[in-house]
Design a protein around this ligand. Structure first.
Ligand code: ADP
Ligand code: TZD
Ligand code: MG
Length: 582
């Protein structure tokens, strides 16, 4: 027999032997697909390279990144945008650890995602005998996410995936770790039995209807208010109850304050928005209703000098997590349930004869908002070189207004704080940023995830330091030809570029970078468009062109290195040395 005939024969034998069988690879892929999950973000390597290949073969979209943290961030923001857990796939130990920051950040921000990592031989790992990429990943992941599972048998893959999906999506959403040991992928079982072992998760985030008395209590508190305020958080954006939230705000006539990722639930230009009167309303409101927003550091824990005198303000809180109530201060009216159901119940309870808040209150807020907006206006028109934050953001603000369905990704310190207050958003879930932790490095991962999931153009405005954390992913952006325009606000450093080394030694200060770095060349290196912009006009032109063409673009926006302040608007959180002489 010829060698070729022999090898054909061998293949036929193999096909015979595997006929009617499935394996761990295919069961996992089929389990995801059965649950409507069709995209994987990850970095390949042992033992999951073939999993990625086979997933692609089976029609899934498999997007490879240059570092797992950014794949994880893409998965996390996919979860936020779609309410389906985003999947991040990594190799064992180091790849797993690289993905873990994104998993922990997703959990902190209440975004549903699943980190799936291959792992080494259990028997060797548990005896600490030094396997390839040895690590007890399950134990390490567990305290950093909502739930962590490991699957050891092929017939349990369906259940493992189902448990991961339920844990990520139900109740307060969050990150889940799923550990898949290398051996699992090659395990086989009868294909029919395998198909039967898979689970389609019915209703992964069941509605949680609030108790009628909790709704009545909340409405009573709200009715008694003379200076009511509603605070919308990113939970309200996540819930996709946009029409009812809109109706609740407008029917009650209550002024509202959007947290940063809730901007655009109603347009920031809405007459009831108190965004530009934040300090005033936090201090003066007598009843505050929180919808999907925690009273954490971002709201000064509901007490202290940002707020009114203790005991003079009452809080209503709508949240799916009962333990969130009273976490920082007393909640007079807790309403526990999913935001869609809670807001619907409130709307029903309000009926047709709700009394609008006193005009004295709404008028005073309006006056403050208009005053602040007018004060800001001339600063946004500045057309100087180098640009300051206002001049540069003035140009971008118009672009976002003209393209309300584009997604705006934002990270940095000054770059974040100025953009948050200057760039108005017009549609829900269009602003994606550093979230609860103020984490640098979400930029390119969020941009890729948002572009892939929504198909909309993305404008990512990032500080030069922030960009550095995920900058290599511009190759990923070019590789998949995504409609992403990155604008790097380049002020030569962290917060600003003018710090000096107080020792007088030869190293530059620890916050300072290479002066006038040409970040745009990074995009050019991979075939994208790079632009060096020194004035708001140049910036406007470049970004408009990028948004029109959809070509991967990086605009290096030169910002005055004196323009920023330490830590942006949260400099007060820096501890001060009492002994060092300044
Ligand atoms: P922000 O940073 O915008 O203030 P947070 O992340 O602090 O928002 O708060 C989001 C809150 O929303 C969390 O307490 C979370 O439990 C809650 N949440 C998320 N999704 C839902 C939902 N579908 N229904 C009710 N509450 C939700
Ligand atoms: N590392 C991580 C993961 N997250 C962080 N938030 C930080 C470090 C500390 N940090 C900030 O809080 S903002 C920031 C760092 C390093 C960068 C600020 O510089 P920038 O923005 O260039 O991005 P501006 O516009 O110059 O202020
Ligand atoms: Mg900077």
């Amino acid at each position: 027999m010829s060698a070729i005939a022999q090898s054909i024969d061998a293949n036929v034998d193999e096909a015979d032997a595997t006929h009617g069988l499935t394996d761990g690879f295919h069961l996992f892929i089929d389990a995801l697909k059965l649950n409507g999950i069709n995209t994987i973000y990850g970095v390949p390597g042992i033992p999951i390279t073939d999993l990625g290949r086979l997933a692609q073969t089976e029609g899934m979209r498999v997007l490879s990144f240059r570092h797992e943290q950014h794949a994880g961030n893409a998965a996390a923001i996919a979860g936020f945008l779609t309410q389906k857990p985003g999947i991040c796939l990594t190799v064992s130990a180091p790849g797993f650890l690289n993905g873990l920051t994104a998993l922990a950040n997703a959990t902190t921000n209440c975004f549903p995602m699943i980190l799936v990592s291959g792992s080494s031989e259990r028997e060797i790992v548990d005896l600490q005998q030094g396997d390839y990429e040895e690590m007890d990943q399950l134990a390490i992941a567990r305290p950093l996410c909502k739930a962590a599972f490991r699957v050891l048998h092929a017939q349990d893959i369906g259940i493992g995936v189902a448990r991961a999906i339920r844990a990520a999506c139900s109740g307060r959403p969050g990150g889940v770790y799923l550990d898949l040991p290398a051996k699992l992928f090659a395990l086989t079982m009868d294909a029919e039995e395998g198909a039967k072992s898979l689970i389609r998760v019915i209703d992964p985030a069941p509605r949680q209807i609030p108790a009628a008395e909790s709704v009545a209590r909340a409405l009573n508190v709200l009715r008694g208010a003379k200076r009511p305020l509603i605070i919308l958080g990113k939970g309200a954006a996540y819930a996709q109850a946009d029409a009812n939230i809109h109706a609740l705000i407008e029917k009650t006539g209550i002024p509202y304050l959007p947290m940063s990722m809730a901007k655009g639930l109603l347009p920031d230009t809405h007459p009831q928005s108190a965004g530009a009167a934040r300090s005033m309303v936090l201090k003066e409101a007598d009843v505050v209703m929180l919808i999907g927003a925690r009273l954490n550091w971002l709201l000064s824990h509901g007490k202290g000098k940002s707020w009114g005198r203790p005991g003079t303000q009452k809080f209503i809180q709508i949240d799916i997590e009962p333990r969130e109530m009273d976490s920082n201060i007393e909640i007079a009216a807790p309403v526990v349930g999913d935001i869609g159901s809670c807001v619907a119940a409130l709307l029903q309870g309000i009926g047709g004869d709700w009394q609008a808040p006193p005009a004295e209150w709404t008028g005073a807020i309006r006056e403050k908002v208009e005053g602040n907006v007018a004060k800001m206006a001339p600063k946004l028109m500045k057309n100087t070189a180098p640009m300051d934050f206002h001049g540069a953001l003035g140009a971008l603000r118009t672009i976002v207004k003209e393209r309300p369905d584009a997604i705006f990704v934002n990270e940095g310190a000054n770059t974040l704080d100025f953009a948050r207050s200057i760039i108005d958003m017009y549609q829900p879930r269009k602003r994606l940023d550093v979230g609860t932790w103020g984490i640098m490095g979400i930029g390119m991962g969020f941009a890729v995830g948002a572009a892939v999931e929504t198909g909309k153009p993305v404008l990512a405005v990032v500080g030069d330091s922030a960009f550095g954390f995920s900058g290599m992913e511009v190759e990923t952006i070019c590789r998949y030809n995504l409609p992403i325009c990155v604008v790097v606000f380049n002020n030569n450093g962290i917060y600003r570029g003018t710090d000096v080394n107080l020792s007088g030694g030869p190293d530059v200060a620890s916050t300072v970078f290479v002066k006038d770095a040409r970040y745009e060349k990074m995009m050019e290196a991979f075939g994208g468009v790079g632009v060096y912009a020194t004035t708001p006009d140049e910036l406007r032109r470049a970004v408009n062109e990028a948004m029109d063409s959809g070509k991967p673009t990086l605009v290096n926006a030169v910002i005055d290195e004196n323009a920023g302040t330490e830590s942006g608007r949260i400099g007060n959180l820096n501890p001060q040395s009492v002994v060092s002489k300044k």
